[in-house]
Design a protein around this ligand. Structure first.
Ligand SMILES: [Zn+2]
Length: 332
């Protein structure tokens, strides 16, 4: 799974600019499904027909977009100002390398004499080494996107770190479920959504197009096991988290119970997640059209939205088992 995840992490896909990662995902999942298509908004939809007597429409969603930046202004000296795409912490991004789609590299730095709390769109810039505006404009245009340089490496205890693990880890879980499900009782739509990081936008049109009976979003969550963090019941390594609630959704009890049951039957450790704030594609899956029985799996994650996100691959493997179980299960 690490090799596949690395492939997905390296492909670029800042929100609204997801063609790079979409092409990689389409090629990787095609052998395991019946059809792969892209909807008008850019969501990638891989469909596998079920063979059950009473198949349900099951939709899995993992967002393929990642947080990043868009070029807004180039000054006379060739320094580049940015608009953030998604919930980037400028403090965590400062003094890091960024890479543009062309492969051009730069470094993101704060203006001189700026306190860390004041880092923001008009207080950080990218230095690509240009001497003049003209020189910079030959390489970079207004509207181009860039991102913190991607990376993925192994740590102790089956843990990995890098970026953007959010949410290429969800993408790899959908891929692994398509690859390892023993059979498909249900019609399953593996959907790699666009523009989640800027306000769960792609999931809305994807769900409207599919009108699923059941839907599960897979994304990163948090972890309550680092120094001085707020009390939070989910920790790294204790299993995949089945979401009960976050700031934007209360998951359907049927979905929570169904996933718990699959976890128990397959001896997969799991945790229960309640997030005070934040949200994922789940809320859109639940509310689009006439609605559906929606839930979510969260991968316990440390340092989300930084360049050093950490997850435990044991938790990830457990999540794949639950997704595969939903492909195989007779659902009411
Ligand atoms: Zn995410």
């Amino acid at each position: 799974m690490f090799t596949e995840l690395k492939k997905f992490v390296m492909a670029d896909g800042v929100s609204g600019d997801e063609a790079g990662i979409s092409a990689v995902l389409a090629a990787e999942i095609a052998p395991y499904v019946d059809e792969v298509k892209t909807d008008a908004m850019g969501n990638l939809i891989a469909f596998k027909k079920g063979t059950g007597k009473n198949p349900k429409k099951v939709m899995f969603a993992a967002h393929m977009d990642e947080i990043g930046f868009m070029v807004t202004f180039i000054d006379d000296k060739g320094f580049i100002r940015l608009s953030k795409m998604g919930g980037i912490n400028y403090g965590a991004a400062a003094f890091s390398e960024v890479v543009f789609k062309s492969g051009l590299r730069g470094v993101i730095v704060p203006d001189a004499n700026t306190a860390p709390n004041d880092f923001g769109p008009n207080k950080v810039y990218v230095d690509i080494g240009a001497r003049t505006k003209k020189e910079a404009e030959k390489k970079v245009k207004i509207g181009d996107t860039c991102r913190l340089t991607p990376s993925l490496a192994k740590l102790m205890n089956g843990r990995v770190y890098g970026r953007p693990i959010d949410d290429r880890i969800g993408c790899v879980m959908l891929f692994e479920a398509a690859r390892t499900a023993k059979h498909f009782e249900n019609d399953v739509y593996f959907v790699f959504t666009v523009q989640e990081e800027v306000g769960v936008r792609g999931a809305k049109t994807a769900a409207f197009g599919i009108m699923p009976d059941y839907a599960v979003a897979v994304d990163i969550g948090g972890s309550g096991d680092v120094p001085n963090c707020a009390p939070f019941a989910v920790v790294l390594g204790n299993g995949i988290a089945i979401k009960i609630k976050d700031g934007m959704v209360i998951c359907h009890k049927t979905m929570v119970d169904t996933m718990k049951k699959i976890a128990e039957e397959t001896k997969t450790p799991y945790q229960l997640e309640i997030l005070e704030r934040g949200g994922t594609d789940t809320c859109m899956l639940q509310q689009t059209g006439a609605g559906c029985i929606a839930g979510a799996l969260s991968v316990p994650t440390r340092y989300g939205h930084s360049g050093v996100e950490i997850v435990d691959m044991g938790d990830v493997a457990g999540g794949v088992k639950i997704l595969a179980g939903l492909c195989e299960a007779e659902l009411a």
